[in-house]
Design a protein around this ligand. Structure first.
Ligand code: ZN
Length: 92
């Protein structure tokens, strides 16, 4: 059965996507996308799910140390809530 989770994984092997793009592509909520991503992260082996970190649009701060897949809501440096969300991709 070609599950939705598998289809999301296949899309992420083709290109990097952020939460909103995946949400729109598969017509599911971002919360559901996150749930799928968490499972994909565990099951992608031998490939792996990578995350291009979120960045603050105002000061350029990069959320490199963030382990959580979700998008941060505000910058710890300048407190701006204008954040470029992380992008996910599956790589070999
Ligand atoms: Zn900032």
């Amino acid at each position: 059965m070609p599950t939705l989770r598998k289809e999301i994984a296949e899309a992420l092997e083709r290109e990097s996507l952020d939460l909103r793009e995946i949400s729109q592509l598969f017509r599911i909520r971002e919360r559901e996308v996150l749930d799928h991503l968490q499972h994909i992260a565990k099951s992608a082996h031998p490939k792996r799910l990578t995350m291009e970190p979120a960045t603050c649009k105002r000061c350029g701060f990069s959320f490199k140390k963030r382990d959580r897949l979700s998008a941060p809501s505000r910058c710890p440096i300048c407190k701006s809530e204008s954040i470029t969300p992380p992008r996910y991709q599956i790589v070999d």
